[in-house]
Ligand binder design. Structure first.
Ligand SMILES: Nc1ncnc2c1ncn2[C@@H]1O[C@H](COP(=O)(O)OP(=O)(O)O)[C@@H](O)[C@H]1O
Ligand SMILES: [Mg+2]
Length: 233
């Protein structure tokens, strides 16, 4: 579903991704973990068609997205929960969810999708007509996830699910991620290495623009080197 081969991406003069390769199979949840600044968001932005590879191939759902604009990537069935949530702060919860369903296939199923999303995150129903800017950080993250799901994607990209959120909220969101994982392919990029390894099938470890380790998440979670470098154990 996702295939990235020898990906090089520059931001200005800065060579941020330096030959990244990885793959995600259908219905798998794969994590890319690594410290702040290693290039995780750059990777997500490239997958969405927002940044163009200087070298290498990115294919999503079997299509090389190199020449595609972001809205065309969305049409392939890819949705994104961006870093920092980026909900539309002046729009209500309901309007934010509607914005997620602009894809034609999604618009026809909007009512059903709203039921699904609000069953997953009931607090969104309570906040229904409230402006998104008035929600807590956790509620905004739930809304950002809900908005992405409204597009009925088959690939969901999530950039920092847990960043800046209280542990209890993080736990709650990861619980709902289980239901999402059953239905679609998920790529999760995260600094919270432990939580992410516990909630993914396979993982890649990234350091300054390169993948340095990969394996089943359960294996990496128990790897002494990973535990020392990332879990402070
Ligand atoms: N808009 C930008 N302008 C210049 N450098 C950037 C920009 N965005 C990111 N970078 C640099 O690219 C590197 C990777 O950033 P990023 O992909 O955001 O990492 P991560 O998401 O892993 O924290 C960092 O060194 C950062 O300083
Ligand atoms: Mg980032």
């Amino acid at each position: 579903m996702i295939e990235v081969r020898d990906l090089h991406v520059f931001i200005g003069e800065n060579r941020v991704l330096q030959g990244v390769s990885f793959g995600v199979r259908e219905k798998e949840t794969v994590a890319v973990v690594g410290a702040n600044g290693v290039g995780k968001t750059t990777l997500i932005r490239t997958l969405m068609g927002l940044l163009k590879p200087a070298q290498g191939v990115v294919s999503l759902n079997g299509t090389d997205i190199g020449p595609l604009a972001p809205h065309q990537v969305v049409q392939l069935g890819v949705a994104c929960v961006p870093e920092g949530r980026r909900v539309f702060k002046d729009l209500t919860v309901k309007e934010n969810l509607e914005m997620g369903a602009y894809r034609k296939e999604a618009r026809a199923r909007m009512a059903k999708s709203m039921e699904w999303v609000t069953a997953m995150f009931p607090v969104l129903r309570q906040r229904w007509n409230q402006r998104a800017g008035t929600l807590s950080g956790g509620e905004q993250q739930m809304l950002a996830i809900g908005r992405a799901l409204m597009a009925r994607p088959n690939i969901l990209l999530i950039d920092e699910l847990s960043l800046g959120l209280a542990p209890l909220v993080v736990k709650e969101i990861f619980e709902q991620l289980r239901e999402i994982r059953r239905r679609m392919t998920v790529l999760l990029v995260e600094q919270n290495v432990e939580m992410t390894l516990k909630n993914s099938d396979r993982a890649y470890v990234m350091e300054t623009g390169r993948i340095v380790r990969e394996g089943p998440s359960a294996e990496l979670l128990h790897d002494p080197k990973i535990r020392e470098a990332y879990l402070g154990l």
